[in-house]
Design a binder for this molecule. Structure first.
Ligand code: HPA
Length: 272
């Protein structure tokens, strides 16, 4: 808690009277939204006290403060993954700091493998529920009572109001045909799944699979922070569609979806 407070105090001092409303965490290959942000402050993760530092090449490590679609936003350009070797408290450190700085909504994106047989490359899946299948949990340890309760309820981890706004936004933007809703399963990675693992994940109710997001969402729910999360389907893992994939394929599919994701987030921001 002390470290969180120190990080928040450092940022608050620089931000002065900038009062952030929405925190945004951008996933692999999905950083282009920052081009639309009217940036007022830029912090390298390395300069923020106690902040973990990004190690994945496809993620840059900056926290931006600025305005997007008329809202004051904090944008994490690059996130922390468990597979990089961070502890779960490190993975969720930034979302907790953003909450201490006053955000009232959290938007998250990620790249994910599609398990639902109808999903296609570059579809956007609104996450309506999740399976947290990573080997650790960010809430383990003494509860940080200032942030939230010991046993947070998880009935609605993804705010129904935000899901509704996102569906309205997609309809207005004319790309309902690319918009899905589903259950996101998160595994530790860093390897992709075996065919048997993909079948297993589908059997237990997952529509998409990735290596992120659920830790931050758990920390957000703990703090009572409403979440909108979107998976970009970057590879297809349904039976008959499964192929070998590498990071270049994932980045290509993410790049196709990126403008739609950015438009969706912007439109939802306008509607908040
Ligand atoms: N599995 C796990 N993580 C992923 C995938 C996948 O198929 N695609 C993108 N991230």
């Amino acid at each position: 808690m002390q470290q969180l407070r120190e990080a928040a105090a450092y940022l608050q001092q620089q931000l002065q009277d900038f009062q952030p409303e929405v925190g945004i965490i951008l996933g692999t290959g999905l950083g282009a939204l920052v081009k639309d942000v009217d940036v007022q402050h830029r912090f390298s993760y390395a300069d923020i006290p106690h902040f973990p530092v990004s190690t994945v090449e496809s993620h840059s490590g900056n926290l931006l403060a600025g305005t997007l679609a008329g809202r004051r936003v904090l944008v994490m350009q690059g996130r922390f993954h468990y597979y990089e070797g961070y502890t779960m408290p490190q993975v969720v450190f930034p979302v907790r700091v953003m909450k201490l700085l006053g955000i009232r909504h959290l938007f998250v994106s990620n790249a994910a493998g599609g398990l639902h047989p109808d999903f296609e490359y570059s579809d956007l899946m609104l996450i309506e529920d999740h399976l947290h299948l990573q080997p650790a949990n960010p809430l383990v340890g003494p509860n940080l009572d200032e942030l939230g309760p010991r046993f947070p309820d998880m009935l609605e981890p993804y705010a129904p109001g935000l899901l509704h706004l996102a569906e309205e936004a997609a309809a207005e933007l004319g790309f309902t045909q690319y918009l899905r809703r589903g259950v996101y399963a998160s595994l530790p990675g860093p390897m992709l799944e075996t065919p048997a693992e993909y079948r297993y994940l589908r059997t237990i109710g997952a529509d998409a699979v990735g290596m992120s997001t659920t830790p931050e969402v758990i920390a957000a729910v703990h703090m009572g922070l409403p979440v909108l999360a979107v998976s970009v389907i970057t590879d297809l893992a349904a039976p008959g569609k499964l192929k070998r994939v590498d990071i270049a394929d994932i980045l290509r599919a993410a790049a196709v979806a990126e403008p739609r994701l950015t438009a969706l987030f912007r439109r939802v921001l306008e509607k908040l």
